[in-house]
Design a protein around this ligand. Structure first.
Ligand code: SF4
Length: 883
């Protein structure tokens, strides 16, 4: 058995690989054996096709020596001619800590610029900035147990049920036992909000006024903790004064946030009346042009009441990525130096002496949005992008693509081809999750080993090795002489303890002497890890003060933020985020058929009232436009959105849809303190697109459908091939005007038999390509609103030899001799379909999600689908119950 860690979200679940199959690790303290739908599907990602296995330069295969020598030579030349700031690294929360350490040391200590930033900038850098402002250091004070020990959990801008499912499930299990109250603060009625006791659907951007109002209310009702604040907090009076100005009364707050007075009062009374309060927050708070202020508004209330660092209480930032926290520890953000040290002259000197670095950076580097602007305007002449896909995930993604096209040297290291590798001069094949060794740190500061259990294919190598090789080839042999990840980890631990003397909470002093074999065996360990004999700190911090500020006190931050910008009547506010079964730009999860059944295609979700005002209906086509570009997408009606707000998922890329990444539209506004992009506040206009026809195409290969630009498509893998949804706004006759067009669309050769069925009166046309009795491809065309009967059955026939009966059934759009079609999957962990659940509810009179679980197992693993099970229970009248 190999113990390792899930590579997706910041919960950091342990995985035990037995006989090559990844399963939940019962011994890991984050998940105790549970995995969510994505983690449970890791076994399906081990043999994905299309791995990058050989370095390439200008599209031609080359050897590692040639590629690395070229990079080292070009970096040296550019550094000499244009200075160190002309080189930049853009890395990833998917990196292991050791990868991060190597890249950070090379850039900040030896190339000599601060220009290393990470995609964690897009994820939680506002939390980092908020922690530093309040605590003097980027520290999450609590631990996961607090979610189970709290009496009140407040979820702010966090759809935990979908984005941190195992932790959500732990909390919900504790709620069943102990009756934890839950308040969800989110403009959207998400799956998480569905299960809360109180949902505050506040106006986007109104978080600061809501929390300022709470601070005022607590003060007015003598619910602050004067003893604790006197000893451990500075800035209370100024902060309270500012809050009184900004949020003078509950009525004011309710009006500003678009909430009911009684709901605001109810929330305030719950907070005031409950000692054990945990406030969880993630991207809904961080991804904002006022993200850092939102974080500090939350921290202010916890600090003013002393609700921090004790069991069941404290503010808790949930990190998005598996090792976003490790990147923060190392200094992977451009505005952090290393090991929680800043860019003060003393820290630069200290790190420089530790590294023996000849050319330490003099200050911070470019944050992500600024970094790609500098690529665009030519200040950055060489960029190394690793384990991330900014061509899809950065705001103004179109501009980022244009910038990369202009850049003289673009190096991309990844495991699979992406929309970013297409723009690279040099592509370096990287080891993937199952092949890498190192450490990751999750949201509760727990360091876990990631252990490889498969050989990397071809010439793929770990990222730390690539950076070390370039460092050596640039002339710094001894500084990058590591032989393995354990060497790097020891150096990282040593730096954290170097001249620390209690100045920084982040301290891995107890792991400095770890041997290779101890590193191999390292169990999950939470930091700080003090040197042996100096005492153990425990999983919680700051209950008795001891903040990383000169006076040891936390700093409350006065906040007087304007509430929100005005929006033109024709505009809507675009919120972007995640869906349950996908991860980032889908390079892995988008290739697993059953993970694509929950939400198979991208859409723009909007309130029915906004849709009606624009003549839009469910599944209709809409053009979504911002100042940065426009895309055509399907509409999905959602009463859980506030009128005026729309939502689109961040995952779909050019590889999966003609809509491309939604980040093409997203503006590049950033938070002034953290530099985190405001990914939830772009103004868009939406108009209907008149569809002429719709289609479903099934075929063995996944390349882009070859029709005109008047086409929307999305693609999902199915068991034997790919399923495409199509829609067009030119007439079908204009698009499919010859057999040649049809054969190209189906990707069948002239040898294949092309059979068809047509009903021109109903504008219904079906074609199938059959070769040697096997179904190679088929396409169904119908008018908008048609039900496309037979598509699900056709999926089960694709790639199989089909009988004469199957052929007739296929063209007639009715069930053939194949297995029962899958239908929409609600529970991905156990592949339970909506039909099965509805059938069981009706036939057996099930009335609770627990009964559904007992009958079908749905909802009994990660629990992400429990809100959907509850909705189905409400929508399907149980026959037995009705009798
Ligand atoms: S909650 Fe899911 S995605 Fe996150 S670490 Fe656990 S198994 Fe992986």
């Amino acid at each position: 058995m190999t113990r390792t860690t899930c590579p997706y979200c910041g919960v950091g679940c342990g995985v035990a690989v037995v006989d090559g199959v990844p399963k939940g690790d019962p011994a890991h303290p984050a998940n105790f054996g549970r995995l969510c739908s994505k983690g449970a599907a890791l076994k399906d990602t081990l043999n994905l096709p299309d791995r990058l296995t050989v370095p390439t330069m200008q599209g031609s295969e080359t050897g590692w020596d040639q590629a690395l020598n070229h990079i080292a030579a070009e970096f040296t030349r550019i550094r000499n001619e244009h200075g160190p700031e002309a080189i930049a690294f853009y890395v990833s929360g998917q990196f292991l800590t050791e990868d991060y350490y190597a890249a950070n040391k090379l850039m900040k200590g030896f190339i000599g610029a601060g220009n290393i930033d990470t995609n964690s900038r897009l994820c939680m850098s506002s939390s980092v900035a908020g922690h530093v402002r309040a605590f003097g250091e980027d520290v999450v004070p609590g631990c996961y147990d607090d979610l189970e020990e709290a009496d009140l959990v407040i979820q702010v801008g966090s759809n935990m049920a979908w984005c941190h499912p195992v932790l959500y499930q732990r909390m919900m299990a504790a709620r069943e036992k102990r009756g934890i109250r839950i308040v969800c603060i989110d403009p959207r009625r998400t799956a998480t909000a569905e299960t809360a006791d109180l949902h505050l659907a506040l106006a986007p951007g109104a978080d600061v006024v809501l929390w300022n109002g709470l601070l005022v209310w607590l003060a007015n009702h003598q619910r602050l903790d004067p003893d604790w604040t006197a000893r451990h907090v500075s800035g209370l009076e100024e902060t309270l004064e500012a809050a009184r100005q900004a949020a003078p009364s509950i009525a004011f707050v309710a009006a500003a946030a678009g909430l009911r007075v009684e709901d605001v009062r109810g929330f305030y009374e719950l907070f005031a009346g409950t000692e054990r309060v945990v406030t969880l927050y993630s991207q809904g708070v961080n991804q904002s042009s006022s993200g850092t202020d939102k974080v500090n508004a939350i921290l202010n209330c916890h600090l003013a009441t002393g609700r921090i660092g004790r069991p069941g209480m404290g503010p808790f930032s949930l990190t998005g990525q598996p090792n976003a926290m490790g990147g923060r520890e190392v200094g992977g953000l451009a505005n952090q130096l290393a090991a929680h040290m800043a860019f003060t002259p003393q820290d630069i000197d200290r790190v420089g002496r530790f590294w023996g670095a000849p050319g330490m950076t003099k200050g911070p580097g470019l944050k992500a949005v600024d970094l790609f602007d500098a690529v665009d305007d030519g200040r950055v002449k060489a960029v190394w992008i690793a384990a991330t896909n900014p061509a899809d995930s950065m705001p103004r993604a179109g501009k980022v693509r244009e910038a990369l096209k202009k850049c003289p040297l673009v190096i991309v290291a990844d495991a699979w081809p992406t929309d970013t590798t297409k723009l690279a001069h040099i592509v370096l094949p990287a080891s993937s999750w199952a092949e890498k060794d190192g450490t990751v740190t999750n949201s509760e500061r727990c360091i876990s080993r990631q252990r490889g259990f498969r050989a990397a294919p071809g010439q793929a190598r770990p990222d730390w090795w690539m950076f070390a090789e370039v460092g050596r080839r640039m002339g710094w042999e001894s500084a990058f002489a590591w032989q393995n990840p354990a060497d790097i980890f020891r150096e990282h631990a040593s730096l954290s303890a170097f001249e620390n003397d209690g100045a920084r909470v982040f301290n891995l002093g107890g792991l400095v002497e770890i041997s290779d074999s101890q590193y191999d065996e390292l169990p999950p360990v939470q930091w700080p890890v003090p040197r042996p004999g100096t005492g153990v700190t425990g999983p919680r911090l700051f209950a008795r003060g001891g903040f990383s500020t000169p006076d040891g006190k936390a700093r409350m931050v006065p906040l007087t933020l304007p509430i929100q910008e005005s929006v033109a009547e024709s505009e809507l506010t675009l919120n972007t985020g995640r869906v349950r079964d996908q991860w980032h730009t889908m390079t892995r999860t988008g290739r697993v058929p059953h993970l694509m059944t929950h939400i198979p295609a991208p859409s723009i979700a909007m309130h029915p009232r906004d849709a009606a005002a624009r003549g839009l209906t469910e599944k209709g086509l809409a053009r979504v436009e911002s100042e940065n570009g426009s895309v055509v997408m399907r509409v999905s009606l959602d009463e859980g959105l506030r009128p005026g707000d729309v939502f689109a998922s961040m995952h779909w890329s050019d590889q999966f849809t003609s809509s491309g990444p939604i980040d093409r539209l997203v503006h590049a506004k950033t938070d002034p303190f953290s530099g985190q992009p405001d990914l939830k506040g772009t103004k868009v206009r939406i108009d209907a697109v008149a569809e002429a026809w719709r289609g479903h195409l099934l075929r063995l290969s996944g390349g882009e459908p070859e029709l005109s630009d008047a086409l929307w498509w999305s693609k999902a893998p199915i068991t034997n091939g790919f399923a495409f949804e199509l829609a067009g706004w030119n007439s079908l006759q204009q698009e499919v005007h010859s057999e040649g067009v049809l054969r190209r669309l189906l990707r069948i050769s002239g040898e294949a038999e092309l059979v068809s069925y047509s009903d021109p009166r109903k504008a219904m046309f079906r074609y199938a390509g059959i070769l040697h009795g096997r179904l190679e491809a088929c396409i169904f065309f119908e008018p908008p609103g048609a039900d496309f009967s037979g598509v699900e059955q056709a999926k089960t026939l694709l790639g199989r030899e089909i009988s004469a009966m199957d052929r007739i059934a296929l063209l007639a759009g009715i069930g053939g001799g194949a297995a029962k079609p899958a239908g929409k999957i609600v529970c991905s962990c156990f592949s339970v379909t909506q039909d099965q659940i509805q059938g069981a509810i009706q036939a057996e009179g099930l009335t609770t999600h627990a009964q559904i679980g007992a009958r079908l197992k749905a909802g009994t693993n990660c629990g992400s689908c429990i809100p959907e099970l509850k909705k189905l229970l409400q929508s399907v009248p149980a026959l037995n119950a009705a009798e």
